[in-house]
Structures are given as C-alpha cells and as structure tokens.
Design a protein around this ligand. Structure first.
Ligand SMILES: C[S@@+](CC[C@H](N)C(=O)[O-])C[C@H]1O[C@@H](n2cnc3c(N)ncnc32)[C@H](O)[C@@H]1O
Length: 277
C-alpha cells in the first residue's frame, strides 16, 4: 500500500522486475537513496500510525501472543529485536505501520533493536537512529548470528530466502530456541509451495518446520494488507531436543538465487549510505 502521491511501476532494471515508486509530479525512476519525504513529515506520520496501532485490538492480541511465545521459550522478556525487510517506511504505508509496530514493541519491552533493509534512505536511517535503533550498515543477507538473549526476529513480508538465511546462520538448538520469529506464516509457505521449490529456495524452513510451533495471529488490524500472512513462530527446546542429530549435521545449501525479485544480494547493494561509516 502506498501514499496517495505515488504510484507503483514495474521496472526492467538489469532485466529483472522490481517495484519502484515514482513521484507523480516528476515522472522519473528514483534512486534508492534519494530523500523525497522530509524527516519531519515522516516522523509525524509514524506518530499517527503508532497511535492507531497502540489502540488496536490487533496490538493487544499480539502482545498476548508474544507473552505466550516467551513462556514457551522460558524467557521473561524480549531483550533484542532483529528486523530485516521493513521497506521504505517514509513513503509506503504498509512499511510505516510495520515500523510503528516495531517502535511500540521496542518501547514495551525496552528491547535493543538491530535493523537493516538495503533500500533504506539516509532520512530513514536517521529516523531509526533517533528512535534508538541500531541500523546495520552492511547487507548481511539475513545472516546475523543471534546473541542467545531472547530475541524477536521481525521479518515483515520478507522474501523466503531472507528467512532461510537467518535460520541457516542460527542452526543450533540453543540459538533457535532463544528467538521468536514474527514473519510470513511458515505453515502457509510449506503448504503452498512445492517440495522442489522449498528444497531449492527455503531448505532450512522446510527442515525446521516440523520442529516449530506456529502461534497464529488474527489479522484484525483495520488495514488488512499490513500484517496479513503473519504468524509468530517458536522453536521450543523440548521439540528441538526430539530432532534427530541428522538435522543439526545437515548443511543446507544457500537458499537464495540471483535474479530473485525481492531478495537484494550484497553484490547488488553491499551497504547503506556512506554517511554512516
Ligand atoms: C516484499 S518487501 C516487504 C516490504 C514491507 N515490509 C511490506 O510488507 O510491504 C521485501 C523487503 O525485503 C527487503 N530485502 C530484500 N533483500 C534484503 C536483504 N538482503 N536484507 C534486508 N532486507 C532485504 C526489500 O528491500 C523489501 O523492503
């Protein structure tokens, strides 16, 4: 969903299709980093989105679900949040509401937030830093190792390759059982795609799925395309303990392929603007 001043077009940059925003008043493709919305306007819109979410039934049910998840992983509180794939939250309404949710959860749990999306603008990085988030400069392609502290991993509508890279990097019972994964529903992924497709592009999700518990989130927010297909997943130590040693010895191949529509590799976009170095 986008703001009224913008339309979505499909470009054929490097012979691949990617959604880009075009300013209606100036019909030209926009550079990833070009600031369009002022920081002040973006912050004001985020504030309104935060109030909208904070007072919603959706947010109350999500908090209940997160507490359930925490009790399953035997943790009192979320200490860290790792977020990839939020998108251009200063311009895109879907991303803005997801960002508002991230800020609310950060405040609610007093958690430290680590965040990256290769398409963040300088303005967006500034906003995130001013809200106390640590912007990850390098494109890690989802491969960040968890600290072992209770962590919420927030991957809103992310490419399956990103989720898979995250799982592969944390391929141990100790690390997986320390996180709550709020992402596209794994059960929907596994049920909707062929085994061949999953083995090629989401082998870790496929292998771990039987050892996970999915806590379904009712999509009750007033805008139905912001948190649709979203579920909370946990990898309970008790379930992982039942997995055969083969699972941990398994060395799944890297899940992403070049040319995927949504996944941005580090070759394509290695880091965020130099400003932060
Ligand atoms: C389908 S969009 C989702 C955007 C937004 N969360 C939403 O729901 O509309 C996928 C997002 O993943 C981001 N993404 C792609 N490759 C990434 C990477 N290597 N690391 C972090 N984010 C990435 C894209 O830039 C994009 O913002």
């Amino acid at each position: 969903m986008q703001d009224a001043d913008f339309v979505t077009v499909i470009s054929k940059r490097k012979s691949r299709k990617r959604q880009q925003l075009v300013d209606l008043g100036n019909i030209s493709y926009r550079n990833f980093d070009a600031p369009v919305i002022s920081e002040e306007v973006a912050i004001r819109r985020l504030g309104a989105a935060k109030s909208d979410i904070a007072t919603s039934e959706f947010y109350s049910s999500l908090l209940i679900l997160l507490r359930q998840g925490l009790s399953i992983i035997c943790a009192p509180v979320i200490e860290e949040v790792l977020c990839y794939g939020l998108g251009r939250f200063s311009e895109c309404m879907t991303s803005r509401y997801q960002c508002a949710l991230l800020f609310l959860l950060k405040e609610n749990f007093g958690a430290k937030v680590f965040i990256h999306d290769p398409i963040f603008s300088v303005t967006e990085c500034n906003i995130l830093r001013n809200f106390g988030c640590e912007v990850i400069i390098d494109n890690e392609e989802g491969c960040r190792k968890l600290s072992g502290k209770p962590t919420l991993v927030f991957l809103p509508h992310c490419p399956k390759q990103l989720t898979d890279n995250f799982l592969r990097t944390n391929w141990s019972p100790n690390l997986l059982s320390s996180c709550l994964l709020l992402s596209n529903s794994l059960s929907h992924l596994v049920e909707s795609q062929s085994r061949r497709e999953l083995s090629l592009h989401a082998p870790c999700s496929l292998a771990l799925y039987p050892h996970s518990s999915e806590l379904g989130l009712v999509n009750s927010f007033r805008y139905s395309d912001i948190f649709n297909d979203t579920a909370l997943h946990v990898f309970p130590a008790s379930k992982l303990a039942l997995a055969a040693q083969d699972l941990w010895d398994y060395s799944p191949p890297s899940g992403y392929t070049k040319g995927d529509i949504e996944f941005i590799s580090k070759e394509e976009k290695p880091k965020l603007p130099h400003f932060f170095e």
